[in-house]
Write a protein that binds this ligand. Structure first.
Ligand SMILES: [Zn+2]
Ligand SMILES: [Zn+2]
Length: 338
């Protein structure tokens, strides 16, 4: 009973680890949950005990209230905790602030559940840490060879170029509140954009949280505080994707709609969002990064969760690994997470 296949299984609540007697990112309320990060399809309210990084716990309190779980146990990166018959350590996943890989040790075997993760540049969170293990559990959100994400600076430069070309248009950019929003702001700042960045109220709290962890976002102004909305011509306004084409956005002057998402690589998706300016920015690995990570972790076995499982399982086998798909329910694509 050494191998993780004997102490990990899936059921209607999600991925269950018998060694720790805990679920990882369960879709229903459970007695003990290990939460890899704060996106809504991973972090839910109503668990008995929650184990998460301090940042993830803070995100959950913002989204679900102080009482989101009966017991909240914060575990910083690299701290070790004994649970039931095994041990748990969090390692950075490079996905969003506080995002973690769950490293589980039991019976001299190590299983790593990487959660959502990426390898490309992101100053808004700690970088992914390669952790050798027997079994590596990976997502496959962009697990097809067609997915290659361009560098973020190249994409954000498109926004700045458009602003220079159309200085009278209010550039309204759809961003998810957790991760994408802060990354776009940091990229703009790194490219030298020092003007105020205007923001829909729904994005404010998480930006404040990032700032409280020392991530400098510069001058941010809530759109609600702007007296004359006409003055937003030629400015950048960030809003949740749902606000791009609704009544809220109609009060802005001469709008140019942009959308920042990994899915903007697919023309049909950008049309669906009615984004004039699609900006390809993903918080997940693209195909080359997935393969690079599997090679670097170099496990005996690769288990693939949500996304394009089949293609990645096939590729991992070609690379000489044992591989299988874990069928997990309840991981939506592109809700507040892409
Ligand atoms: Zn996810
Ligand atoms: Zn996520």
């Amino acid at each position: 009973m050494q191998h993780p296949r004997y102490w990990i299984n899936t059921n209607e609540n999600g991925l269950y680890c018998e060694a720790l007697d805990a679920y990882i990112d369960p879709v229903n309320p459970v007695h003990r949950a290990i939460i890899t990060h704060g996106h809504a399809d991973h972090a839910r309210a109503g668990h008995g005990e929650v184990y998460a990084t301090p940042e993830t716990m803070a995100i959950m309190r913002i989204r679900y209230g102080e009482e989101h779980a009966e017991k909240q146990i914060e575990l910083a990166y690299n701290d070790k905790i004994a649970l039931n018959k095994g041990e748990l350590i969090f390692k950075p996943a490079g996905h969003i602030l506080g995002s973690a890989q769950a490293v589980i040790d039991h019976n001299d075997h190590r299983l790593v559940i990487s959660g959502d993760y990426k390898r490309s540049y992101d100053p808004s969170c700690a970088s992914f840490e390669v952790t050798p293990c027997d079994v590596f559990v990976t997502e496959a959100t962009f697990g097809l060879p067609v997915f290659k994400h361009p560098p973020i600076n190249q994409e954000v430069n498109k926004l700045l170029a458009s602003l220079a070309l159309f200085p009278d248009r209010c550039h309204l950019v759809g961003v998810y509140a957790l991760g994408k929003c802060q990354r776009v702001i940091l990229a703009l700042r790194e490219l030298g954009y020092s003007k105020p960045i205007y923001m829909h109220g729904a994005l404010l709290k998480l930006c404040e949280l990032y700032s409280s962890y020392g991530i400098e976002l510069g001058n941010i102004v809530p759109v609600n505080d702007v007296e004359n909305l006409k003055s937003l011509a030629g400015e950048i306004v960030l809003a949740p994707p749902s606000a791009l084409n609704d009544r809220w956005s109609r009060k802005l002057p001469n709008v140019m709609t942009a959308m920042a998402s990994g899915w903007m690589q697919i023309r049909a998706r950008s049309k669906q969002r009615r984004a004039e300016l699609p900006i390809i920015i993903s918080d997940h690995c693209d195909w080359p990064e997935l393969l690079q990570t599997i090679e670097e972790v170099n496990p005996q076995e690769v288990w693939v969760t949500h996304g394009r499982e089949a293609a990645l399982v096939h590729q991992a086998k070609l690379m000489g690994y044992e591989a299988k798909a874990l069928s997990l329910i309840g991981r939506s694509e592109g809700n507040d997470d892409d």
